[in-house]
Design a protein around this ligand. Structure first.
Ligand code: LMG
Ligand code: NDP
Ligand code: PMR
Length: 395
């Protein structure tokens, strides 16, 4: 077990598309890495299986290289208009840092999609974002009706949608009993996965209509959902099982609140929701990348141990967790650095490849990381998609 775990740990930091060493345990990592299959091979195989879907004819041109040429001004000089990016949960932590990072380039209008309007306004001001670079709009992912209202309001604004970042999340590590969304889904999977799933499914059409040269749908994943890493082996481990709980609606009524049908366990529900996030990104890629040219990505931004994600944890944990990550695992990143990383996935010209789970090494260089067996299981991704479609009323 010890040896197996250390191989797992090493692999978390070692798999690099260009074969370079990455984080933390770099001196020993490459020789111990055991997940030999590069992500690109999975992707090619997956693309072959891709299901045809109907997409409006004028939108089928794949534009994966961001050539900044949208409108020609009278003097023939090509200019790129400001992009519009929706970021969910931009009122704190990673979402706020990403909003700031994109806003300060002056190239983006950040739509901060937040459940607490005033908190979002105050947060934007507190990090010095200037008014012309952001718009706050109300969104509560714990209600499908709120998602619909958000989309209506966004469409009424008549802004084109160029990128969408599914970032918001909740984590209930110590809850003994489940809580539920307005639609009766267990709250962590309901907010982190189903709310975002519904929102992205509906907003894909809007992105397809946009003329922006490099459109991206980013869903934030995490190392703790990937059991091919040490962090992913800290109990409770993510495991979606045969999806019987998801198929039962996660309502806790007559069925369980957990995706795998087991007993409620808050920390596991969060990790399971992250697996759904990473599977959803890949399923989007398989279904829509070729036809729409949209880049679908996920990422692990590093351990941002200081954010509000841990607000429900015991105070001792909140005190010890940041130094533990800083000095022991060395996985710690500041909110600012994590924000720059996610901003790269939204706008960097070198990160246009679709279907990728991005991570960063100790020198903050991005690399295409390997997902765990479950988080890269194409069959499971398809089932999660179909069951989620049913739950949110799209199938
Ligand atoms: C779970 O427990 C709960 O079960 C779950 O309900 C939920 O609450 C969840 O918080 C979310 O936590 C996790 C618990 C069990 O882990 C702990 O955090 C307990 C601390 C164990 C002490 C280890 C000393 C580490 C250094 C001190 C810094 C402490 C900061 C952490 C915050 C503590 C707050 C109380 O975890 C375990 O069972 C521990 C075993 C983890 C297994 C990991 C897989 C194999 C590891 C192999 C060892 C490799 C060594 C790597 C070296 C890393 C350095 C520690
Ligand atoms: P925060 O708690 O700081 O941010 C989460 C955001 O989600 C908050 O703005 C919160 O709003 C919002 N939110 C929560 N529930 C809802 C809801 N029902 N509707 C709309 N918005 C909601 O945590 P982080 O910044 O750490 O988390 C951001 C993302 O990063 C998550 O997807 C998380 O899984 C991921 N992640 C985090 C890591 C970390 O180490 N922190 C590591 C890996 C991934 P409000 O401000 O009102 O509370
Ligand atoms: Mg983890 C070896 C590296 C490593 C990394 C990168 C993380 C990230 N963690 C690591 C190791 C360990 N953690 C070890 C060895 C332990 C046992 C002491 C440990 C414990 C631990 C706990 C109790 N870690 C945690 C928790 C949480 O409650 C966090 C969690 O699981 O939330 C779901 C967490 C995290 N560790 C991480 C990261 C990024 C988290 C935050 C959760 C996330 O968004 O994925």
């Amino acid at each position: 077990m010890a040896l197996q775990t250390s191989s797992l740990a090493i692999s978390a930091f070692s798999v690099h598309s260009e074969g370079k060493k990455s984080n933390g345990f770099s001196a020993i990592e490459s020789s111990f890495s055991f997940l030999g299959v590069p992500l690109s091979d999975h992707r090619i195989a997956a693309l072959k299986m891709k299901k045809k879907i109907a997409v409006r004819a004028q939108t089928t041109t794949a534009v994966t290289t961001p050539t900044p040429s949208i409108s020609n001004s009278p003097n023939e000089k090509k200019t790129l208009r400001k992009g519009n990016v929706i970021i969910t949960g931009a009122s704190s932590g990673l979402g706020l840092a990403t909003a700031k990072s994109l806003a300060e380039t002056g190239k983006w209008n950040v739509v901060m999609a937040c459940r607490d309007f005033l908190k979002a306004e105050r947060a934007a001001k507190s990090v010095g974002m200037s008014k012309e670079n952001y718009t706050v709009m109300h969104l509560d992912l714990a209600s499908l009706e709120s998602v619909r209202q958000f989309i209506d309001a966004f469409r009424r604004s008549e802004m084109p949608l160029d990128s969408l970042v599914c970032n918001a999340a909740v984590y209930y590590p110590n809850a003994k009993t489940p809580s539920f969304t307005a639609d009766g889904f267990e709250l962590s999977v309901g907010v982190n996965h189903l709310g975002h799933f519904y929102m992205s499914r509906l907003l894909l059409d809007d992105m397809v209509k946009s003329d922006y040269p490099s459109k991206r749908l980013v869903i934030v994943g995490s190392i703790t959902g990937n059991t091919n890493t040490l962090a992913g082996n800290v109990p409770p481990k993510a495991n979606l099982g045969d999806l019987r709980g998801l198929s039962g609606g996660l309502s806790g009524l007559g069925s369980t609140a957990m995706i795998d049908g087991g007993e409620y366990w808050g920390a596991k529900a969060y990790k399971d929701s992250k697996v759904c996030n990473m599977l959803t990104m890949q399923e989007f890629h398989r279904r829509y990348h070729e036809e729409t040219g949209i880049t679908f990505s996920s990422l692990y931004p590093g351990c941002i141990a200081t954010t509000g994600l841990f607000r429900e944890h015991i105070p001792l944990f909140r005190t010890l967790f940041p130094p533990f990550q800083k000095y022991i695992t060395k996985g710690f990143v500041s909110e600012e650095e994590a924000g720059r990383r996610l901003a790269q996935v939204v706008s960097d010209r070198s990160l246009t490849k679709s279907g990728v789970y991005w991570s960063w090494n100790s020198t903050s260089a991005s690399f295409q990381n390997e997902l765990s067996e479950e988080a890269s299981d194409a069959e499971k991704a398809k089932k999660v998609w179909e069951l989620s479609d049913k739950l949110v009323g799209l199938a």
